[in-house]
Unconditional design. Structure first.
Length: 85
């Protein structure tokens, strides 16, 4: 069964809540949490969920520790809570 957009967004929030405020997660962490045995097909939907949360100002998308535009990011990304500073 496919994961809903809301389920993926909720899982991103839950995984971030379970870590230090400064920690980040990989989209594969989310995909594996939702579908441990068949997580690869969820990678693009998880990235899309992270983009929606970034657009809403909830999270930030990084590559190599630097903020990146969620729409143009290619390759490995990390997801972290949005920072106000």
């Amino acid at each position: 069964m496919a994961a809903s957009d809301g389920e993926l967004e909720d899982r991103i929030r839950a995984l971030l809540d379970a870590r230090a405020d400064t920690a980040s997660i990989c989209p594969s962490d989310v995909a594996r949490a939702v579908a441990p045995d068949d997580w690869r097909p969820l990678m693009d939907p998880v990235r899309e969920a992270a983009r929606r949360l970034a657009d809403a100002g909830v999270v930030e998308i990084t590559q190599k520790g630097d903020l990146v535009d969620p729409e143009s990011a290619r390759g490995p990304i990390r997801i972290r809570w949005a920072r106000t500073n």
